[in-house]
Design a protein around this ligand. Sequence first.
Ligand SMILES: [Zn+2]
Length: 78
Amino acid sequence: MAKRCDICGRGIQFGAKVSHAHNVSKRRWQPNLQRVRVVIDGVPKKIYVCTRCLRSEAVQKAIRSTAKTPAHKETAES
Ligand SMILES: [Zn+2]
């Protein structure tokens, strides 16, 4: 699995861990990726999206409609 957001393309960032004694060792920061069902071109798909994109609502999450709540579909369209 590629550690990359499917929306913004943000991936692993590299840097250095610096201790108090200034020992420098390489480290990396991984994006907080979540597997979510989103609507892309009207088709629900499961993709990996970083939490920054989820919070900024760059993606439209797919809503599972159930038989118990038929009114749910009308609100999802608007
Ligand atoms: Zn993203």
